[in-house]
Design a protein around this ligand. Structure first.
Ligand SMILES: [Zn+2]
Length: 344
């Protein structure tokens, strides 16, 4: 759990930086403090210029190998070769990373890495476990591919079409390509939405309530699982010009509304058995006594429980539920140490 939460926090602001975007640094007196100067050296691999300083030499060599491995995976998967050499700038710690002058904006503690679209530079700290650095390199390198694949020789450098695509599309793709289709953290978000009967359509993904990293990953996992990984590059390269709805229709041969319905049905098919398994024993019962606070009991499907039970009474030995929610579903509720909710 700690790992999952930390990863979610780390990636929260793992942003693909847009040209001129970080407004915070533009206010007078808010430029970041650089109290150390770093004596960078360059390690050249087949595709990367890896910038590092002596203190992190070992880590840099490992990171360079991971980066090359990601490069061949992404090159094959996206059918694209990056133009020019790919800069990868490494810092030995998060504190050092926060002082980078590659990015103007202030980097928070929660930033796992950044990629700026102007010169396609990837910057990250080699802090935390190796598996996490591997994930961040894969995630950021996906951004480098996204920028390169959506910008053209004749356009101004840095004016990548990827900058016009929504966060869930861009970040979700980076998560899907660096983590894969299965992720316990994403599954948690999906199950929660199923339990609250609040599954998004594709259009809904623009709303801030749907965390773009997790829902975007879920979207790409579904689309790639159904249509194959080769549609990813096609959608990415045409969406900036014609928009996401049209790109979906053209590449996948299905309209966005239908795709939303299919996607929701697929999520339900996977999540519903887990959620309703809790309910079956309730059939025809007079009361429910809650004696455990396991996760699956924390957000049960009250609507279904109400349908199954003969009389809707809950004695809650773990104080799991909110009065408002139970009142809404017509339960009588007896928690411990809090006021009961009696029938009106
Ligand atoms: Zn990102």
């Amino acid at each position: 759990m700690g790992y999952i939460q930390r990863r979610a926090a780390m990636l929260l602001f793992c942003m693909a930086i847009l040209p001129g975007a970080p407004a915070a640094a533009q206010y007078f007196g808010q430029n970041k403090v650089q109290y150390r100067s770093f004596d960078f050296q360059v390690l050249k691999t087949e595709h990367f210029d890896v910038y590092f300083y002596t203190r992190e030499q070992q880590g840099a060599e490992l990171a360079a190998r991971m980066a090359e491995r990601w490069y061949s995976r992404l090159r094959q998967l996206l059918g694209h070769e990056l133009r020019g050499r790919q800069p990868l700038i490494l810092y030995a710690s998060h504190v050092d990373f926060e002082q980078t002058n590659v990015i103007n904006g202030v980097l928070s503690e929660g930033t796992g890495g950044v990629t700026e679209s102007l010169q396609r530079r990837i910057v990250l700290p080699l802090a935390g476990p190796l598996a996490e650095s591997d994930h961040v390199i894969g995630h950021e390198l996906t951004h480098a591919f996204q920028f390169d694949m959506t910008s053209f020789a004749e356009t101004q450098p840095g004016v990548a079409g990827a900058n016009r695509l929504p966060l869930w599309f861009i970040e979700g793709m980076a998560e899907y390509l660096s983590i894969g289709a299965r992720d316990p953290n994403t599954t948690m978000w999906l199950r929660d939405a199923v339990a609250r009967e609040h599954l998004p359509t594709i259009k809904d993904l623009d709303k801030p309530e749907y965390f773009p990293y997790r829902w975007g990953q879920a979207f790409w996992a579904y689309v790639a699982g159904r249509f194959g990984d080769n549609v990813i590059a096609q959608l990415l390269t045409i969406a900036p010009a014609i928009g996401i709805d049209q790109a979906i229709e053209q590449v996948l041969g299905v309209n966005t509304d239908q795709l939303s319905k299919d996607w929701q049905a697929a999520i339900l098919a996977v999540s519903a058995p887990v959620l309703t398994a809790v309910g079956r024993e309730l059939e025809g019962t007079d009361a429910l006594l809650v004696v455990t606070d396991w996760n699956e009991f924390r957000r049960p499907d009250f609507k279904r429980m109400r349908e199954l039970m003969r009389t809707p009474i809950i004695f809650d030995g773990r104080n799991l539920y909110e009065h408002d929610v139970l009142r809404e579903h017509g339960f009588r509720y007896y928690p411990i140490g809090r006021a009961p909710l009696e029938a009106r």
